[in-house]
Design a protein around this ligand. Structure first.
Ligand code: PEP
Ligand code: MN
Length: 301
């Protein structure tokens, strides 16, 4: 999944959306409601941003994932997006977790910057307990002492999570490193370590970005990274699915042109050629979700 940190304008969003779709991304990601450290920083376009995301989804055929920060916005965001993101700052916002747990949309749950793996799994449990089985865990770096990188990307979390949970795991090397030049190597490392997918920030013109420009890839670098990941996947026994390369994804595209503004990730099961339930099951019994076909697959960023 890929796209700009924040939805800033129609022009910039569509440029990024076209670029990530063209490079084979599976989902378009962009923030309409932005959790910013400073209240004076750009806070996102809110509902206008959601409309632009829905238009970008129609335009590219990519389902959209976007962050929801407030329980009062959950229904609105769920109308516009195919997947709901709970950001790291809200990983332990329990009312929000419960509310997204009552939705039919899959939830992308980002690890808190100071959260243990156990706390991440318990946060996921809040969502699962409300009846939503489709939770994707996201490692996005934890707070460290070295300012060389924005956070410390904890790639060891991948095998630990794999051991303890059947939920799909994705890695966000953009926030994890905070620098565009470190993103490709960490994306590759995440794939080799067994991540099911990647979350990568891409901006049409990073120098103009209102948020996280320094960690955003240009469309050109992103396209090269995608080629690179496709080449790498078979070397580590993985299969990387691109939207354009899958029948189910073609189904996704055509159904969206028929007017589902929120995109067509089916409810009740994470699917659409990127993350899908499968028959192999090596992740333990008694779990809510068995995304077991992911053992040797990685989704496109
Ligand atoms: C984001 O994904 O844009 C974001 C704000 O990430 P995080 O919650 O991991 O800081
Ligand atoms: Mn960001």
């Amino acid at each position: 999944m890929a796209g700009p940190c924040a939805v800033e304008s129609e022009e910039l969003l569509f440029a990024a959306a076209d670029a990530v779709a063209g490079a084979g991304a599976a989902l378009l990601r962009g923030g309409a409601f932005k959790p910013r450290t400073s209240p004076t920083s750009f806070q996102g376009l809110g509902s206008e941003g959601l409309s632009l995301l829905a238009q970008a989804s129609q335009r590219t055929g990519l389902p959209v994932v976007t962050e929801v920060m407030d329980t009062r916005d959950v229904a609105l965001v769920a109308e516009h997006a195919a997947m709901l993101q709970v950001g790291s700052r809200n990983m332990q916002n329990f009312p929000l977790l419960r509310e997204v747990g009552r939705q039919k949309r899959p939830v992308l749950l980002k690890r808190g910057a100071a959260a243990t793996i156990e706390e991440l799994l318990l946060a996921a449990e809040y969502i699962l307990q409300e009846g939503n089985p489709n939770v994707i865990l996201c490692e996005r770096g934890v707070r460290g002492f070295d300012p060389s990188t924005r956070y410390v990307l904890d790639l060891a979390a991948i095998p630990v999570l794999r051991e303890r949970s059947p939920l799909p795991i994705i890695v966000d090397p953009s926030h994890g490193t905070g620098h565009a030049r470190y993103v490709p190597s960490m994306a590759r490392a995440a794939m080799v370590a067994g991540a099911d997918g990647l979350l990568i920030e891409v901006h049409a013109n990073p120098a103009l970005a209102k948020c996280d420009g320094h960690q955003a890839l240009t469309p050109e670098i992103f396209a090269k990274l995608m080629v690179n990941l496709h080449e790498l996947a078979p070397l580590c026994g993985r299969v990387m699915r691109s939207v354009a390369a899958t029948d189910s994804a073609r189904g996704t595209r055509s159904s969206r042109t028929s007017g589902d503004a929120a995109g067509s990730l089916p409810t009740g099961r994470i699917s659409a050629g990127r993350i899908s339930a499968g028959s192999k099951d090596r992740r333990g019994a008694g779990q809510t979700l068995r995304p077991s076909s992911l053992d040797d697959e990685v989704i496109a960023p």
